[in-house]
Every structure is written in structure tokens, then in C-alpha cells.
Design a protein around this ligand. Structure first.
Ligand code: COA
Length: 248
């Protein structure tokens, strides 16, 4: 498959998707400089600031803060609101959704990098993972993946196994996050394609979900990371943007 092209842009020139089937994915670093911390915290509401205060690990603090600030800034641009005026509700499994406004969005972060996905309507989920060593990779695959997925990983070159493991993982998680039910949905109810040369798709989903009605995309947001995007519409336009500056 051709290498993915991510356009670089500051926040002010980020394209907001306004038509059904149009999706924006923004990739960004979650390393927060001391000078950005104050302005980012200004974007958050009181409960988010409290949550940020409770985190101990600098990495987790950065991921939470950068993710929330970026999500609020982009949603604010989409809705014509200030970042802090964007209001969220959360479903029974904790998925944040807009309290007012038609847009659907989702956020994911892993070890220093994050993805934010936005579309005008429908369900959308995104997942990113830093490709890092997994102890007992095949045991984990057998526990969570379908037999077809396990075989594909088992038959891959040892140098490709880890990357394929994370591709499968992020594809399943992207659907589960779009669905909004959390991992309790069951990773093994979601079967995904594993062929790296062709466009990914869902092979099977849980009851009530038509795999053909869903779009699935493989994402390569930064060296050493893989990701996936799932949405319940036919993807007509996918805009991939690296955001270098969250302020403008
Ligand atoms: C959602 C879930 C799959 C994400 O797992 P993960 O890979 O560790 O995390 P990611 O970085 O990809 O995504 C985290 C982001 O997804 C969003 N999110 C949270 N819950 C979500 C859900 N149920 N579905 C979709 N997205 C969710 C949030 O924006 C979150 O960012 P934040 O923690 O900075 O607020 C996992 O946490 C889960 O299964 N949650 C459900 C837990 C549950 O059942 N809770 C019930 C009581 S609230």
C-alpha cells in the first residue's frame, strides 16, 4: 500500500469536516512544555482540571492535558465556541460525546502521541498504540484474537509479528471505541482483516452490526506508532493532519 500522507498544519488552518462521510484525523505529540501547561489548563473545565491534578505520572498528565486541550480547541472551532465552552456528556462506559452539536469525535493516546478523530455525524472510534515489545505475544493473541487472526500473526515473519499484532489490536479497539461500550464488548466478537497489502475491513462484528456498513482505516501517524480509525459510514474523504502547534 502507498505510504500515507499526513499534511502539516497549525490549529487555525485545520479543515473541519462538514459533510457525511468526511473524517478528520489529527495526530499530535502529547509532550507538554512548561509554557504550554497554563494555556492548556485554561481550556479545560473544573472537573477535568481536578482529574489532571490527581494523575501522578508526568507522561499520563501530559497525555490527558494535551488530548483534552486539543479536543476542546478543535471542537470549539467546529462549533464556533471557545474551547472551554464546549460541553461533554459521557455514556454509561465513559465515552465522551458532545452535549450540544452534531459532531462525533474520539480520542486516543499512547506513550507520547495522540490521535483525535472528527466527523459531522454517526459513530467514530480511533486507537493508537506505540509498537513496543509484548511478552508472550502469541499467548495474548490467542486470548483476545480470532483463530484466523492468530494464524496470520503466527505465520508472519518474526520481524513483522509485532507490527501485525498492534494492527489487529488497534482495528478492534477502534470499532469498540466507536461503538462506545468499552472492551467489555469482547475483542473476539470483532474480526478484522490482517492482509497488510490491501485496504483493511471488518470481517465480522457482534450481533446487530453489519461489517459492510463500517469503514476501517489503517493509520501511520508517526514512526513507531500504528493506529486505526473505524466509523459507521462510507468514508468519502479522509483528511490526515499532523498538528505541530496547538495554539495557532
Ligand atoms: C475506552 C477504552 C477501550 C480505551 O482504552 P485505551 O486504549 O486504554 O485508551 P485510549 O487512549 O485509546 O482512549 C482513551 C480515550 O478514549 C475516550 N473514551 C473513554 N471511554 C471511552 C469509551 N467507553 N468508548 C470510547 N472512547 C472512550 C476518552 O476520550 C479517553 O481519553 P481520556 O482518558 O483522556 O479522557 C477502555 O478504557 C474501556 O474499555 N473503557 C470502558 C470502561 C468501562 O466500562 N467503564 C465503566 C464505568 S465508566
Amino acid at each position: 500500500m502507498p505510504r500515507q500522507v499526513w499534511r502539516q498544519a497549525g490549529l487555525a488552518s485545520i479543515p473541519i469536516p462538514r459533510q457525511i462521510g468526511h473524517v478528520l484525523v489529527v495526530s499530535f505529540s502529547t509532550a507538554v512544555s512548561a509554557s504550554d501547561t497554563g494555556p492548556m489548563l485554561e481550556c479545560l473545565d473544573a472537573s477535568e482540571r481536578e482529574r489532571w491534578n490527581r494523575f501522578q505520572s508526568p507522561r499520563v498528565k501530559g497525555e490527558f492535558l494535551a488530548g483534552k486541550a486539543m479536543a476542546r480547541r478543535i471542537l470549539g472551532l467546529a462549533l464556533g465556541l471557545g474551547a472551554r465552552d464546549v460541553r461533554f456528556t459521557h455514556n454509561a462506559k465513559g465515552k465522551p460525546e458532545l452535549a450540544d452539536g452534531p459532531f462525533a469525535f474520539n480520542l486516543s493516546h499512547s506513550h507520547g502521541w495522540a490521535l483525535f478523530a472528527l466527523t459531522p455525524s454517526g459513530r467514530i472510534g480511533v486507537d493508537i498504540e506505540r509498537v513496543r515489545p509484548v511478552t508472550d505475544l502469541m499467548d495474548l493473541a490467542r486470548r483476545y484474537f480470532t483463530p484466523v487472526e492468530v494464524d496470520a500473526i503466527g505465520m508472519a515473519d518474526s520481524s513483522a509479528q509485532l507490527d501485525l499484532f498492534y494492527r489487529v489490536w488497534t482495528r478492534k479497539e477502534a470499532f469498540i471505541k466507536a461503538h462506545g461500550l468499552g472492551v467489555a464488548y469482547g475483542l473476539d466478537r470483532v474480526a478484522v482483516s490482517t492482509d497488510q497489502e490491501v485496504k483493511p475491513h471488518f470481517a465480522r462484528l457482534g450481533e446487530g452490526e453489519d461489517p459492510l456498513a463500517w469503514s476501517l482505516e489503517h493509520l501511520e501517524p508517526a514512526p513507531g506508532y500504528v493506529g486505526a480509525l473505524a466509523c459507521d459510514t462510507r468514508l468519502a474523504d479522509l483528511m490526515l493532519v499532523h498538528c505541530l502547534d496547538w495554539m495557532d
